[in-house]
Ligand binder design. Structure first.
Ligand SMILES: O=C(CO)COP(=O)(O)O
Length: 135
């Protein structure tokens, strides 16, 4: 599966802890991230992460473009609900595209836990059908 990982600044420590805790699952998949989030994850876990621009510099839009091409299967986006983001329209657009393409999206750790355990059990394998890999 193709998985995008994004975290706002005050949620980056949470993201690093989350990915570290589930490294045994994440390492079976392809990882994508906005710039700084990806850097933190690679530094902490040693896993390879395809990094886009930092969020405020277009990273959310780059990930949105992958969603619009139906190339992503899961998005984990630890948003900071208490801090205004200069690129809030990009954040909203990314989440909207997840809804357009029925891409599972977790915006907090509680939902992310459910999704990652589902991923491990194969609950998200229907995405392969949508992407045309299984007829
Ligand atoms: O701002 C972000 C998402 O909206 C995250 O970007 P960075 O991972 O580059 O900090």
């Amino acid at each position: 599966m193709e998985i995008a990982l994004i975290a706002h600044d005050k949620k980056k420590d949470d993201m690093v802890r989350f990915v570290t805790a589930y490294k045994h699952i994440f390492q079976e998949h392809h990882l994508f991230a906005t710039g700084t989030t990806g850097k933190r994850i690679t530094e902490a876990t040693g896993m390879s992460v395809h990094r886009f621009q930092s969020g405020p510099y277009g990273g959310d839009q780059e990930i949105g473009a992958l969603i619009a091409k139906n190339l992503l299967d899961l998005v984990i986006f630890f948003r900071d609900p208490l801090t205004a983001q200069p690129h809030e329209p990009d954040v909203s657009a990314l989440m909207r595209l997840c809804d357009v393409y029925s891409v599972p999206l977790a915006t907090n750790m509680g939902t992310a836990e459910v999704l990652i355990r589902g991923l491990e059990k194969g609950d998200i394998s229907w995405r392969s059908i949508i992407r045309g890999e299984i007829q």
